[in-house]
Write a protein that binds this ligand. Structure first.
Ligand SMILES: [Zn+2]
Ligand SMILES: [Zn+2]
Length: 134
């Protein structure tokens, strides 16, 4: 799945906060006929390229001051736009967000819904538990 580059760039640049705590924006998809919203035909951003980046102010060596959403660099903190899913509460369009540490392969997941906010995903009947591991 790809997102419209011109729409997504603006929306991603506006966001700062904490992963799985502050909702992230829904991004317009770049379908076969261009962007659903602005009609742009330029190549889209693959959803898996969007990453969390922990931002430290100069001289801060402790916890990050906040996090950003980036797509031009690789980090090890997981994919905010891991996949698009149906919200389990309102059944609208939502995103499954992944956050964690790639070095330990340990991730947590939350449903990010524009109407309901952040929800814990339910474990699936086949035993897959998205909040613990991929
Ligand atoms: Zn667009
Ligand atoms: Zn919802």
């Amino acid at each position: 799945m790809e997102y419209c580059k011109s729409c997504a760039t603006l929306l991603l640049r506006e966001w700062k906060g904490w992963p799985l705590r502050n909702p992230i924006p829904m991004l317009p998809q770049r379908g076969d006929g261009g962007c659903d919203v602005c009609g742009s035909l330029e190549p889209g951003i693959p959803s898996k390229d969007i990453q969390w980046l922990n931002y430290h102010e100069p001289y801060n060596t402790g916890l990050p001051d906040y996090w950003l959403l980036v797509y031009e660099q690789k980090t090890k903190w997981g994919r905010p736009y891991y996949s698009e899913i149906e919200c389990r509460r309102c059944h609208g369009r939502a995103v499954l967000s992944e956050h964690g540490d790639a070095r330990r392969e340990s991730y947590r997941y939350k449903i990010n819904c524009p109407k309901c906010g952040l929800l814990s995903p339910q474990p699936r009947s086949d035993g897959w538990r998205p909040e613990f591991k991929r």
